[in-house]
Design a binder for this molecule. Structure first.
Ligand code: SF4
Length: 254
């Protein structure tokens, strides 16, 4: 464990069962955290109006936020990135969100010609060859469509939590996103623990990616995500072959 920030509930005793059974624990602070998260969302909505978007990775934190938005009946636009490399289980959440909440999630995809050209030039396994090529793949498949998703937006909502990694240990509820445009990044569950996220999922029967049941706390593209082992950091399964900050650029500090 690199620091105390990312300690996980299964560090000492992994158990059999699904993610809810493994991790969910309602804490005395959680009711107040839920109310505070919804207040952050209401404030962001009031401040930014149509300039606000939830950028959902479809990971469990973002599913909780979508549920919070639905429960508060907030008119917040929801978008996601389909890199072309996501697991089928991840994409299966899109119709589930529609069925459960009645929300259409806007899906942003990479420019097809740019992907074809990148794969032709560097290979379909370019991400394993160097950090530079991995970041270039993220650039084509994630950063460019993210730029389109955020175009004209003044704020975006993320599922970042301080506990996820040392690099995220100082995530604020509302901060400049580092783009140089003054755009804000809103992280309404920044102070929630992993146990609290799953306690919320259990209480409100939030749909979630079944890959979380297979020791994948952080789920990205299929070639770049693996299950983590007992004692590993939360994001150790992302780009596991790299000695890096485990970030793709979406949440890089300026
Ligand atoms: S996470 Fe992997 S497959 Fe996805 S865009 Fe980045 S390098 Fe490419």
């Amino acid at each position: 464990m690199s620091d105390g920030v990312s300690s996980l509930p299964w560090d000492s005793a992994p158990a059999a069962g699904n993610a809810i059974g493994l991790y969910a624990r309602w804490t005395p602070a959680l009711d107040a955290k839920i109310e505070a998260a919804q207040q952050h969302l209401r404030d962001a909505c009031a401040t930014h109006g149509d300039g606000l978007v939830q950028s959902s990775s479809l990971g469990v934190e973002d599913m909780v936020i979508t549920d919070l938005i639905a429960r508060a009946k907030l008119p917040i636009h929801i978008s996601t990135l389909d890199t072309g490399k996501l697991h089928a289980e991840t994409l299966a959440l899109l119709p589930q969100i529609q069925e459960r909440y009645g929300f259409d999630v806007e899906v942003f995809t990479p420019v097809v010609d740019a992907v074809i050209e990148f794969v032709r030039r560097e290979g379909d396994d370019a991400m394993y060859k160097s950090i530079e090529l991995r970041k270039a793949c993220c650039g084509v498949r994630k950063m460019e469509p993210l730029g389109r998703m955020l175009k004209g937006r003044t704020a975006w909502i993320t599922g970042l939590r301080r506990e996820q990694s040392g690099a995220r240990g100082d995530v604020a509820f509302d901060e400049d996103d580092g783009s140089g445009t003054g755009r804000r990044k809103i992280s309404p569950i920044a102070d929630w623990t992993w146990a609290e996220v799953w306690a919320y999922v259990e209480k409100y029967a939030v749909p979630y990616n079944p890959l979380h049941d297979q020791f994948m706390p952080s789920i990205g593209c299929a070639p770049c995500t693996r299950a983590i082992a007992v004692g590993e950091d939360f994001r150790a399964g992302r780009w596991w072959w790299e000695d890096s900050t485990k970030e793709c650029g979406l949440h890089a500090k300026s």
